[in-house]
Ligand binder design. Structure first.
Ligand code: HEM
Length: 456
């Protein structure tokens, strides 16, 4: 069997050039608007904590015990940052991603069963269908280079729109897709100014236009929900059916139509692009080590044969899982998450005051010199021994009570699509077309992921 390695690759996958000078001077806002990763100093891959002031006081935390405190032990003292809430509320209301306190708790309790292992597994056929269509589209390109970023965006949007607002034709997929892209593109840029406490007079373009496309998207979503309410549930319950039935076990509270719509839109915003990025980056990374690709293909063919992968195959696709895990270490779609401190505290030896912005630079954490060996290399095999990895060094889905509710959904979808594609094609890079890691709202391969797909 081919080696499950990665050690023989001398070339490194692209990484962000992190600044070595202090951040935050107003003059560098323009650069930061182009790429939020540029607020992460190189020192964040070496130190436990960095602090500074740009309007508000901020800290970047890279120390596992302090991260455990923020995300798990003292979660009430570190709610989502004001910036995150202001940014996302216009799009997704006071839904699961944004709400705090009691309003968050009841929604999380109500939504949890929709994301149970059994329910996610039953969505497998939708994912397998999308994977098959994606592989067929790639095959039809006849050896020409394919932009796998676009292709994966189409495939994951197929899945999420089918399991949220689904297929009776009343839901305008393309228009919702455009609205979400416009919002993340425009409103996402606004956030950079806010994160760093830029004064209010610094103009925030995009906000108005983004709001308009959001209104259209909400109207489309409402129409789709109405149509579904008239038609009754699907034979296999999808996320819309499950969320319609969702009920807080403690209080019996159920979601109103607008709460339902806001949460389903949240799933699209939070779940679709993130999974597409994971897949696009994973395929990009696989081109750095043909041994890894060969080993994965061997695994896939022996478990799955020549058909498309299904949810039931995944427990036997260990290497495919490790490729996804390693991808999420190197290119976490949520490259930075942030909180606003409510109380005085000390994190990794640094004093924290109420109102301080506390950032978790997940991107830097995954490349931290003291937490990972050879941090910039693609070596999926490092995930074979989970004991050797600090739980708080790998946080692509966050942790604690606010951990991503869609993590199993995303992993299942990513594995089904990746296994199906690696089973059918050998991917190689197109020289001179490496993407650049750019974070607006999520960490994207700017320029696309152009690969040649040769049928195997
Ligand atoms: C690879 C794909 C994904 C990544 C990397 C990802 C990442 C994250 C992260 C880091 C958080 C926590 C943010 C924080 O603590 O500030 C989060 C929360 C969340 N994610 Fe995901 N996510 C992914 C896929 C999904 C999917 C597929 C869905 C839904 C179908 C989803 C729905 C949510 C929701 C609703 C929350 C808020 C949970 C809460 O606060 O209770 N995500 N995600």
């Amino acid at each position: 069997m081919p080696r499950d390695g990665g050690d023989n690759s001398t070339e490194l996958p692209v990484r962000a050039r992190l600044p070595t000078e202090p951040v935050g001077v107003l003059g560098s806002f323009a650069r930061m608007q182009e790429n939020l990763l540029s607020i992460i100093p190189q020192a964040a891959t070496e130190q436990k904590i960095l602090s500074g002031r740009t309007g508000t006081r901020w800290h970047m935390v890279m120390h596992p015990p302090a991260l455990r405190e923020i995300l798990l032990e003292r979660v009430a003292d570190y709610p989502k940052s004001v910036v995150t809430r202001n940014l996302l509320r216009p799009a997704v209301g006071d839904s699961l991603f944004v709400a705090e306190g009691a309003h968050w708790r009841w929604q999380r309790r109500a939504a949890a069963p929709a994301f149970s292992h059994r329910n996610i597994a039953s969505l497998g056929p939708v994912m397998t269908g999308a994977a098959t269509r994606s592989a067929d589209r790639i095959a039809s390109q006849k050896h020409r280079a394919v932009n796998l970023l676009d292709e994966m965006t189409t495939a994951t949007f197929d899945v999420i729109s089918e399991v949220t607002f689904s297929t009776d034709g009343s839901f305008e997929r393309a228009s919702v897709h455009r609205a979400i892209e416009a919002y993340t593109e425009k409103a996402g840029r606004v956030s950079l100014l806010d994160v760093l406490g830029a004064p209010d007079w610094v103009p925030r373009p995009g906000r108005v236009a983004a709001t308009r496309s959001m209104q259209k998207m909400k109207a489309d979503a409402d129409a789709a929900i109405e149509a579904r309410l008239r038609r009754g549930p699907s034979a296999t319950p999808d996320l819309l059916d499950l969320m319609r039935e969702a009920e807080d076990p403690r209080t019996g509270r159920r979601m109103s139509t607008s709460e339902l719509r806001d949460n389903l839109l949240t799933f699209i915003v939070a779940g679709h692009e993130t999974t597409a990025l994971t897949l696009a980056w994973a395929l990009y990374l696989c081109t750095f080590d043909q041994n890894v690709q060969d080993a994965a293909r061997h695994e896939i063919h022996s478990v799955v044969g020549q058909r498309a992968a299904e949810a039931g195959d995944l427990e036997n696709l260990g290497l495919v899982r490790r490729i996804i895990e390693e991808t999420l270490r190197l290119y976490p779609p949520a490259g930075i998450v942030s909180r606003t401190a409510q109380k005085q505290d000390t994190l990794a030896g640094a004093p924290v005051e109420p109102g301080d912005t506390v950032m978790i630079p997940i991107y830097a954490l995954g490349r931290h010199r003291t937490l990972w060996q050879d941090p910039d290399s693609f070596r999926p095999q490092r995930f074979a021994d989970r004991q050797s990895i600090d739980r708080y060094a790998w946080l692509p889905f966050g942790d604690g009570p606010r951990i991503c509710i869609g993590a199993s959904f995303a992993l299942q979808e990513a594995m089904i699509i990746l296994a199906t594609l690696l089973g059918r094609f050998r991917f190689t890079r197109v020289p001179g077309r490496d993407p650049a890691p750019v974070m607006i709202l999520t960490l994207r391969p700017d320029g696309g992921v152009w690969l040649t797909a040769e049928p195997v």
